[in-house]
Design a protein around this ligand. Sequence first.
Ligand code: WTA
Length: 571
Amino acid sequence: MKIKSLSVSKGDFNLQDYNQMYGSFDWTEVEKEFSWFETGKVNVAYEAIDRHADSFRKNKVALYYQDASRNEKYTFKEMKERSNQVANVLKEIGVEKGDRVFIFMPRSPELYFAALGTIKVGAIVGPLFEAFMQAAVKDRLEDSGAKVLITTPDLLQRVPFEELPRLQHIFLVGENIQEEGIYLDFNRRIQQAGKKFDIEWVDRQDGLILHYTSGSTGKPKGVLHVHNAMLQHYQTAKWVLDLKEDDIYWCTADPGWVTGTSYGIFGPWLMGASNVIIGGRFSPESWYQAIEDYGVTVWYSAPTAFRMLMSAGDELIKRYDLSTLRHMASVGEPLNPEVVHWGIKVFNNRIHDTWWMTETGAQLICNYPCMEIKPGSMGKPLPGIVAAIVDNNGDVLPPYRMGNLAIRKGWPSMMSEIWNNHEKYESCFLKDEWYVSGDSAYMDEDGYFWFQGRVDDVIMTSGERVGPFEVESKLVEHTAVAEAGVIGKPDPVRGEIIKAFIALREGYTASDELIEEIRQFVKKGLAAHAAPREIEFRDKLPKTRSGKIMRRVLKAWELNLPVGDLSTMED
Ligand code: WTA
């Protein structure tokens, strides 16, 4: 079934353009949109903020910020000044091009000033979810060799700075901060800093941002993106998010996740759009209220959020004026056809699914405003992007054959490295031609791609990517746990929930108290979203002869599916 455009504007990007550019768009065309095309001086923060601050947009609101205690707005001119102040402060303490500056705090205007200021000195931003506990924070700061951390007094107890010899300064964002040792008062220093700053110009291939993300084995990996990614952030904001001069845009993602930076910072501000940021917790009421209050026109969110709104009921929606919404898009997990139909019914809008990943840096396979939507499909590749289904040798498969979703190497926002792990980086490519996503999918005869699942064991729960290995490692740290195997179990609202199978040590017996204790242990040690919602005890877990937990067997048990080939399983 195909769904045609309803009330959505068809945009400047029409179907004829798309078909003409399909597979052949020349990305150097986009270079002309940036000021460095003429000046040769490159820095994303300049293009996203200063360029507008120095133009007719200077008094346009760049950032609307709201949470339970704050309600503020900043023009492009103010954003320029604030980020300059951060840059001055960072420079003063010796931050240089290529240094890693990590930001570990809940959403707030300061988070955005800090990220932009970091980029202005040519340093690499490392955003961290506020939900991370000590072990997760330490892994990331250690692996990246972070020199500076910007955080809040509340989160400080999760930063084991004595164990991080390369961490030189910690900025605390809050009131009444006592400067002492490595601790610095962020707000006071910013207020006292100059509002002018000479931006550090960089090379297009210089590091911009480092996002840690989970795989199925090993610790989280640091995915590095470079300034050149701006070409694709800009162009997709135009083609896929359909951003125009008067749009009020809201991306619901936290900057700890790539969506919250690529499309919460770069995309919208490169386009000169007004960007709404809502802090605090999710509630259907506050979300609908935000759309009404700001008159949001373009909304980018995730299937889990849409499903939660859907389950809050349609009566609630009638209490708000949501008529400003013109364009809606989704990312992170499969977007159920049911949700698309609901969107049409209650918002009179199609929700456009978009597919991409941390490693790809920006959207790659999408539903465009100018195109028919097939509910349940991720859409079609961006012009200039070659997507294919390949087998395990990297050979392209015909339509309707299921296989590895792969992208021809070399798009502008492709990750440039995995931090400290070039081998892992290389292993993401087949035949030196295809980036292999780890997702399985097929393509239909119209060139639409259909997601089938992850090839590996990575879990997507409420849109968050969780590596089973990380959770298993934390579980076995608990004194009662001998072995643990973790899988994603399908769930109607969260996509998947985390389920752990546990074999207990001698002397421990299963009980509800123990389940709760183990769950809290992961919650406090790793992160709330990584804690198993379900725990089941087993005498023994299925393992290969080399001792690897066979998660696919656990999954088959859970779902009552055939267990498949067991030839590698130990007796
Ligand atoms: C999944 C998110 C189905 C997929 C920006 C991918 C999706 C992983 C979709 C990346 C979609 C993302 N339909 N699945 N539209 N979008 N995924 O790195 O499995 O957190 O590999 O980045 O999310 O997750 P990540």
